[in-house]
Design a binder for this molecule. Structure first.
Ligand SMILES: Cc1cc2nc3c(=O)[nH]c(=O)nc-3n(C[C@H](O)[C@H](O)[C@H](O)COP(=O)(O)O)c2cc1C
Length: 153
């Protein structure tokens, strides 16, 4: 099964998790860039506003997810929702099979409800607190995720 890990990350937490999953799965990886300036507190504030009001944003990504059998899509949680870059990604592409992961301050899961509505039911989801990204518990959860994904082969 041809698998792509695609993610958006502003401050590298989601990137670190994406890289761990990609390494374990030996899968391709693609960073989705938000073309809006999200740097500094003003960028974060506007980002939170855009997320809350479901505003899309111009994005850049290198790999075409429609050429893959499975997309594992990662986002930080902003204002309890997916980030604008991921919202745009959903509008741009259709996916054969999908799984979601996220990082957040607290262990948030409600973002997955809307992500499911915008695409399709994910095979599995993984929500990780940013403080736990490098923990053994997260490594165990990644192994469980991989186990679940292997069921669809
Ligand atoms: C604008 C903004 C809004 C956020 N909203 C939430 C939130 O609603 N719930 C939460 O648990 N964390 C929230 N966070 C924390 C991020 O989800 C967390 O730091 C995440 O790991 C950042 O991922 P990144 O380093 O890949 O950008 C927010 C962060 C930002 C910048």
């Amino acid at each position: 099964m041809k698998t792509l890990i695609a993610y958006y990350s502003r401050t590298d937490n989601t990137k670190k998790l994406a890289e761990k999953i990609a390494k374990e799965l030996k899968a391709d990886i693609d960073e989705i860039q938000d073309e809006k300036d999200r740097s500094g507190w003003i960028g974060a504030f506007i980002g939170g506003f855009d997320s809350l009001f479901k505003i899309k944003t111009p994005i850049e990504n290198k790999k075409d997810p429609e050429k893959y059998d499975l997309i594992i899509l990662g986002t930080p949680v902003w204002a309890g929702k997916m980030t604008p870059a991921i919202r745009t990604y959903f509008c741009k592409y259709e996916f054969k099979n999908i799984a979601f992961f996220s990082t957040s301050e607290s262990e948030e899961t409600k973002q997955f409800t809307e992500m499911t509505l915008l695409s399709k039911k994910p095979i599995t989801t993984l929500s990780i607190k940013k403080s736990a990204i490098n923990s053994n518990e997260t490594n165990k959860k990644i192994n469980e995720l991989i186990h679940q994904l292997k069921q669809i082969k």
